[in-house]
Design a protein around this ligand. Structure first.
Ligand code: DOR
Ligand code: ZN
Length: 343
């Protein structure tokens, strides 16, 4: 197969950031995605309906001329989030709430310390037909960073899913066989997003022959057996898995640093990289489900009607992109060849 046409995909997990950065990130995503679930980890975070509404306006203003791209907004949960906050968010069109354990990742310091006290909020999300999106890693420093996703499943995920049986839960950017197995065997209403980097790479790609900061993200890349399990999961075509790039830009000097930031800026190549992965798996027939159908079905949103076409054509991801403020950023897969191109 040298060409594939699929219903226009959506990105169910990404980071646009704010300010001038939107003039780079929004067009990059709008080039191939119709909608995107926008992460709320700004500084300060998007903790209220009002903040979500104004952030949405800034994103809409950054769309390219004529673009129909639609951001789908999320609320950042803190220890102080109330049932009233959820009600107001629902009224404002916010579709989901994002739960970061405090300190788990970039801009998560205001995240959740005590999960126990959030159960009324989880109940309220379910009642208002909103989803709970979870960064599934524990933050206990004594737990090895490669084991933190598995520990989160055992300590928290199982409980959340059982205690609020009608809540739709997305286990975001899963990275382990443990998470894939959990999602396969969980009750109805549990799904996961998977990033291009976790399908394409394992921890050797970050650490073998030198530290490669542009492959560093959180949850961190795992060993190849986990990568293989994620690839096997998407190859099944199960509707519990869908596309979420976790595209997360950081300027070059903050990645190439003595203490580099976590995040891969993949918006310019993610769809093509997913296509390449499905091609390698001999599963191009499963790409459309993963990229364009399972997400809207799980979110109870209409499927898109337009299509996009990808062709088998080699191209090279740019080495660097210059942001509107003149700062360079190194995109994910910079300088490397990709075998599929969006037409
Ligand atoms: O690698 C990551 N980058 N993982 C996250 O969870 C957050 C993201 C970011 O905001 O930079
Ligand atoms: Zn993310």
């Amino acid at each position: 197969m040298n060409e594939i046409t699929i219903i226009k995909p959506d990105d169910w997990h990404l980071h646009f950031r704010d300010g001038d950065m939107l003039l780079e990130t929004v067009p990059a995503t709008a080039r191939c995605f119709e909608r995107a679930i926008v992460m709320p980890n700004l500084v300060p975070p998007v903790t209220t309906a009002d903040l979500a509404v104004s952030y949405r306006e800034r994103i809409l203003a950054a769309r390219p001329e004529g673009s129909a791209f639609m951001p789908l907004m999320t609320l950042y949960l803190t220890d102080k989030t109330s049932v009233e906050d959820i009600k107001a968010a629902k009224k404002a069109g916010v579709v989901a709430a994002k739960m970061y354990p405090a300190g788990a990742t970039t801009n998560s310091d205001s995240g959740v310390n005590s999960l126990e006290s959030l159960y009324p909020v989880f109940e309220s999300l379910a009642e208002h037909d909103m989803l709970l999106l979870i960064h599934g890693e524990v933050t206990q420093k004594h737990i090895d960073i490669f084991d933190r996703e598995k520990a989160f499943i055992d300590q928290h995920m199982v409980k959340i899913v059982e205690r609020v049986p009608n809540l739709r839960v997305v286990f975001e950017h899963i990275t382990t066989k443990d998470a894939a197995d959990f999602v396969f065997s969980a009750r109805e209403g549990v799904a996961a997003t998977i990033t291009p980097q976790h399908l394409m790479l394992n921890r050797n790609d970050m650490l073998d022959g030198g530290i490669r900061p542009h492959n560093y993200c959180l949850p961190v890349l795992k060993r190849s057996t986990h990568q293989e399990a994620l690839r096997a999961a998407v190859k099944t075509g199960s509707n519990r898995f869908f596309l979420g790039t976790d595209s997360a830009p950081h300027v070059q000097h903050r990645k190439e640093s003595g203490c580099g930031c976590a995040g891969c800026y993949s918006a310019w190549s993610a769809l093509e990289l997913y296509t390449q992965v499905f091609d390698e798996l001999d599963a191009l027939d499963k790409l459309e489900g993963f990229a364009s159908l399972h997400g809207p079905d799980f979110y109870s949103l209409p499927r898109n009607t337009q299509t996009v076409t990808l062709a088998r054509e080699a191209w090279q991801v740019p080495e660097s992109i210059v942001l509107p403020d003149g700062e360079p950023i190194v995109p994910f897969f910079a300088g490397k060849q990709i075998n599929w191109k969006l037409k």
